[in-house]
Design a protein around this ligand. Structure first.
Ligand SMILES: C[S@@+](CC[C@H](N)C(=O)[O-])C[C@H]1O[C@@H](n2cnc3c(N)ncnc32)[C@H](O)[C@@H]1O
Length: 234
């Protein structure tokens, strides 16, 4: 099947919101959260990443130091925002890790079908404007027995916090580069044709309450159902 070209993907990436300032502020904003458990959650999640690995929405590269060089044969890091992509390239150099940085949105990946063994998405399904399309596209490039490793903040089951997240969604979206604090990512994955195994739930103590809880897990394409069929934003 034909897939988007690199040029088409880059042109689409240019439409994704982002700025030099928000790219520079990203790591300092996450500093406390990383030290209070996020970094450890990344480490545990990525210990399973192997073979040909695709990370989508890789941001400034907070995951790169956690990849196991003995397991990863090829690393492709997709990040649409040119400012974050530049920081990501620097970070790869700092840890001396080989990786290809590609500017593309999650919904338009310039790769063939069933190329990757592992897909990694952390704190990104909350931000993509089209989670159903993005999940479907990731499913397209993942091998049939491939695994999607994810770590995402999701809408809380606690009634007061879920209601607060619903109320603050619009404001949070404006201050946090499009992030949807009340997204039901796990439900979207399941309804989109993925079998999801949640491996860790963190209260994310030093993250803002609107970005809690944070769930980690793995998802595999359900046999006989193309990922993306049926996924709907709640
Ligand atoms: C909250 S940051 C997370 C960055 C990184 N994954 C991490 O764990 O720190 C969200 C990332 O998603 C990226 N993003 C936004 N829209 C996107 C899209 N349509 N497709 C792929 N990535 C997107 C942003 O540029 C940003 O780097």
């Amino acid at each position: 099947m034909s897939h988007p070209s690199l040029q088409e993907a880059e042109a689409e990436a240019d439409r994704v919101p982002g700025s030099a300032l928000s790219a520079r502020l990203y790591d300092p904003i996450l500093w406390w959260g990383e030290r209070s458990g996020l970094s450890r959650s990344r480490e545990v999640l990525l210990a399973e990443a192997g073979g040909a690995v695709l990370e989508v929405g890789a941001g400034t590269g907070l995951n790169v130091r956690h990849y196991d060089r003995d397991l990863v044969e090829r690393l492709v890091l997709v990040e649409p925002d040119r400012h974050k992509a530049a920081i990501l390239r620097d970070r790869l150099g700092q840890v001396n890790l080989e990786g290809e940085v590609v500017r593309a949105p999650a919904s338009m990946l310039p790769f063939g079908d069933e190329v990757f063994d592992t897909a990694v998405v952390t704190l990104c399904f909350c931000t993509v404007p089209d989670p159903d399309e993005s999940m479907k596209e990731i499913g397209r490039v993942l091998k049939p027995d491939g695994v999607l490793l994810f770590m995402e903040h999701i809408r809380s089951d606690r009634s007061w916090l879920g209601a607060l997240q619903d109320r603050l969604r619009g404001l949070w979206e404006r201050v946090a580069d499009g992030c949807q604090c009340n997204r039901r990512t796990v439900e979207l994955l399941r309804s989109g044709g993925w079998d999801v195994d949640i491996t860790h739930v963190s209260d994310g103590a030093l993250m803002p309450p609107v970005a809690r809880p944070i769930v980690s897990g793995r998802a595999r394409k359900r046999q006989g159902l193309a990922p993306g069929n049926g996924a709907r934003e709640a």
